[in-house]
Design a protein around this ligand. Structure first.
Ligand SMILES: N=c1c2ncn([C@@H]3O[C@H](COP(=O)(O)OP(=O)(O)OP(=O)(O)O)[C@@H](O)[C@H]3O)c2ncn1[C@@H]1O[C@H](COP(=O)(O)O)[C@@H](O)[C@H]1O
Length: 94
């Protein structure tokens, strides 16, 4: 899991730096309202996750959780943060 997150974060940082035209991730960094879109997605997906949990829909729980993790990592990159900032916070709580 750690490796998957690290690889996904590296891809997001690559899109942020290179801004390829055909990339949804890159579009979030270039559009004026990209940050708003990320925040809205996080809100929507969290609601969808709550509904999926209420329904005991494990497939949907995994789907929405992945959407949230992706948009969360994009948000960290937008704020010039590193995955290690999240890891340090989690580590401090152990
Ligand atoms: N993990 C993701 C990822 N998760 C979600 N999304 C996109 O986020 C957008 C909005 O997600 P939504 O959940 O709202 O879309 P949806 O699936 O239609 O909606 P629901 O079914 O969830 O209601 C969609 O265009 C999804 O494709 C993602 N786009 C990219 N990635 C990763 O980012 C990498 C780089 O992708 P590019 O953006 O193409 O460069 C990819 O290889 C993936 O690993």
């Amino acid at each position: 899991m750690d490796e998957t997150l690290a690889e996904l974060f590296a891809v997001i940082e690559d899109r942020k730096e290179r801004l390829p035209e055909d990339s949804y991730t890159a579009s979030l960094f270039t559009h004026e309202k990209g940050e708003n879109e990320v925040l809205e997605k996080l809100g929507e997906e969290t609601t969808e996750l709550v509904l999926a949990a209420k329904d005991d829909d494990r497939e949907e729980i995994a789907h929405e959780s992945a959407d949230i993790v992706y948009h969360l990592l994009v948000l960290l990159a937008m704020k010039d943060m590193e995955l290690s900032d999240l890891e340090a916070e989690l580590e401090a709580r152990r």
